[in-house]
Design a protein around this ligand. Structure first.
Ligand SMILES: [Zn+2]
Length: 275
């Protein structure tokens, strides 16, 4: 090796270690704008894709008809989960320039999906928006979930409800999947409405869960409870907008049948503020 070659190698090593340092710093969560450690803005060969799958069992097991004592409304409330059963983490980030005291209205920032490769490199592509939720006090990935209530003929009886959430690791449901972390990797939702960088996701083998007690996790079925009993279908669809890059878009929808109408038992309850 020539002296020039050696100098070139040293320079290359210094550049590589500087890049590594930047990547390590950028991997942390918190303030600051574009902290992307990714080298590509398109999805390249070898990217490990998540696979978001709705939790059919949870929906079937955990739904209830409530009569809200304050409003007299009948509510069909249900819990829902999103599992990541894919090869790669489901990671969404958002970033923007400093908002310097005045947050935009609506308080949004562009959302990006990061897809990692086996060697640690990543691709980052824009997928939609993150919006700050004034009641939940954190950012939500818009349109990540969709709920519908259908009649037995498959017709919609309640309008589609597009739901946004802060993605997180709540329960480890598939620990044998390669790359599934033992501990939750995404367990915080940034409460700072002036934030310029947000990082959320659901790891391989983990599930994010939205409890039936939360606002948005119910349909007002007051009208249907005053009609003769009939069967209805709660349909839950993840990534209904088709914005998330994943392995399989054919397993994004599930549902469960419920009976509503005069004489159907119900309990007393209602949603509470939550996350
Ligand atoms: Zn929330």
């Amino acid at each position: 090796m020539t002296a020039r070659g050696m100098m070139g190698l040293i320079a290359a090593l210094l550049t590589a270690s500087a890049a590594l340092l930047v990547a390590t710093v950028a991997g942390g969560e918190g303030g600051g704008q574009n902290q992307s450690p990714c080298s590509s803005t398109t999805i390249t060969a070898g990217a490990l894709m998540p696979d978001l799958v709705p939790d059919q069992q949870l929906l079937a097991d955990d739904h209830v008809i409530w009569r809200d004592p304050q409003t007299g409304q009948f509510l069909l409330a249900f819990s829902a989960g999103i599992k990541n059963l894919g090869a790669g983490t489901m990671n969404a980030v958002g970033y923007r320039d400093s908002v310097a005291g005045d947050v935009p209205s609506p308080n949004t920032m562009p959302a990006y999906q990061r897809l990692f490769h086996a060697n640690g490199s990543c691709d980052e592509v824009q997928i939609g928006t993150l919006t700050y939720h004034a009641v939940h006090h954190h950012y939500h990935l818009d349109g990540v979930m969709n709920y519908e209530l259908l009649d037995a003929g498959g017709h919609s009886v309640k309008p589609n409800t597009k739901i946004a959430f802060c993605l997180a690791d709540i329960v480890r449901v598939a620990p044998t999947l390669p790359g599934s972390p033992k501990a939750p990797a995404y367990n915080g939702c940034d409460p700072n409405r002036q934030s310029t960088y947000v990082n959320m996701g659901t790891s391989v083998g983990w599930e994010d869960i939205y409890d039936k007690m939360l606002f948005g996790q119910n349909f007002d079925v007051t009208d249907l409870m005053s009609r003769p009993q009939a069967q209805y279908f709660i349909r839950q669809t993840v990534d209904a907008a088709g914005i998330i890059h994943e392995q399989n878009d054919a397993n994004n929808s599930t549902g469960t049948w419920v009976t509503l109408g005069v004489g159907v038992p119900y309990s007393t309850g209602g949603p509470r503020p939550g996350v």
